[in-house]
Write a new protein. Structure first.
Length: 142
């Protein structure tokens, strides 16, 4: 995996734009992330994590984290779009004090999630559990 660029580079490339902080959208995305997080916890209890549902949990965790990051971006007055938008959101995680190891894992998760969506990549329960634990450590709701 390549090193995730600095967030400022995405601004300079025009992938991220400075906007007026949008507290309403930010709040809505944060609520959605939290709602998905609680549903994730319920589904783990009800269904358990196995090889058959591992991809669903991986995708679900990715969405929870991205909603959380987008919420924080909007709160700070940033919006990303187009080619490279997801990479820019991963880079923004540095602004949220994610460690470099967490940034690398998140970027790998972004890449793997694309593999699920576009190439039919299959993951096992072991990887899904690792992603779930990562999500629990990274996303904190007040």
């Amino acid at each position: 995996m390549k090193v995730v660029k600095k967030f400022e580079e995405y601004i300079n490339e025009g992938i991220v734009k400075r906007i007026s902080p949008d507290m309403n959208r930010s709040k809505n995305l944060l609520q959605e992330s939290e709602k998905k997080f609680h549903l994730l916890e319920n589904n783990i209890v009800k269904l358990g994590v196995d090889d058959d549902n591992a991809n669903d949990f991986v995708e679900y965790c990715y969405n929870i984290i991205m909603f959380f990051i987008r919420s924080k971006m909007l709160e700070e007055g940033y919006s990303s779009s187009g080619q490279g938008a997801h990479e820019a959101e991963v880079a923004f995680a540095r602004e949220l004090n994610f460690s470099e190891a967490q940034i690398e894992f998140l970027d790998q998760l972004r890449y793997f999630r694309n593999g699920i969506l576009y190439y039919g990549k299959q993951f096992d329960a072991e990887y899904a559990l690792k992603v779930i634990e990562f999500t629990k450590k990274c996303v904190k709701f007040e």
